[in-house]
Design a protein. Structure first.
Length: 304
């Protein structure tokens, strides 16, 4: 089956600055794919190229196997809501949606449906210029949904939403993916990609990681990855491991983190020091810490 979205060798430079380089990944149907990276990582550049708003220097970006401009009835195929791409402030929300529907030859009755789905029926007759940033984003999502598309491309859709709005957005995106649609969700918010996405693409000019949140959490940190062992006497266990030359990284309420010892060595040590092993597992790392390590950032707030 053709991928919903495909990027291949995508490169874009602005003068001497390389915005993205050799970006290659695909987005399948039936999943929410989180597109994550800090400010300036190149996410919006990729999406603008995908939507035909910017020409790449090299590579291709396709939707349903074609460049966006070659799609027949594109609004019925793919819904795009890019950050900063808004409606005319002098139009009401309903007027904006009616004009977008007419331009795409979509029945006007669809306007009421997307107003309800995005929960902005109550402000539909107000001018867009009076909308809060949260409501503007909901209007952008409503516009993207007008054609009932198979593919959705959303740039920071949760920005400015209150907690209730974020929960509703997650529920909506999950429902759309469960219907077999493809959702590409660009965000710089860790919580959003962690809780919403089935699969992650981590970008910083190049693609640094592709896979699920769980795969990222359990990436090997080194050839001898740290293991967590919880026993009937963690202090005795830590002392025993240290005496046999293992590197004790820390001793916490959740057990002992040990580097440089495999499971067989740890179990043998437990037997030697006379403690009972309750748990032996690869530790689940803090996701923000793992992203910082992946991106090469150490400063607090560098992912914001």
């Amino acid at each position: 089956m053709t991928a919903a979205i495909s990027f291949s060798g995508l490169t874009k430079r602005y003068g001497a600055r390389t915005a993205i380089e050799d970006v290659t990944f695909s987005v399948p149907f039936g999943e929410v794919t989180g597109f994550f990276g800090p400010d300036g990582a190149g996410k919006t550049t990729c999406l603008r190229i995908l939507a035909g708003l910017v020409a790449p220097d090299r590579g291709t970006a396709t939707v349903l196997g074609r460049p966006f401009a070659e799609l027949p009835g594109p609004a019925r195929q793919v819904g795009v809501a890019l950050d900063g791409a808004g409606a005319h402030p002098g139009h009401t929300g309903r007027q904006h949606l009616l004009m977008a529907a007419a331009e795409a030859d979509i029945p006007a009755r669809r306007v009421d449906e997307v107003l309800a789905v995005t929960d902005i029926e109550g402000v539909a007759e107000r001018k867009v210029g009076t909308y809060s940033p949260c409501t503007r984003r909901r209007l952008g999502l409503a516009t993207a949904l007008l054609g009932d598309p198979r593919v959705l491309v959303l740039d920071e859709p949760a920005g400015g939403l209150d907690p209730q709005g974020v929960r509703r957005l997650r529920t909506l995106l999950r429902r759309l993916a469960d219907q077999g649609r493809a959702v590409l969700l660009s965000s710089r918010a860790l919580t959003e990609v962690e809780r919403t996405s089935d699969r992650l693409i981590v970008l910083r000019r190049r693609v640094l990681f592709t896979g699920s949140v769980e795969v990222l959490r359990h990436r090997p940190r080194s050839a001898g990855g740290a293991l967590r062992v919880r026993t009937s006497d963690d202090a005795r266990m830590a002392a025993g491991l240290a005496s046999f030359g293992s590197d004790i990284r820390s001793e916490t309420a959740h057990g002992v983190l040990v580097q440089g010892a495999d499971a067989k060595t740890i179990l043998a040590t437990a037997t030697a020091v006379g403690v009972e092993v309750h748990e032996l597992a690869e530790p689940v790392v803090d996701l923000e810490e793992e992203f910082r390590r992946l991106l090469g950032d150490t400063a607090p707030g560098s992912l914001r």
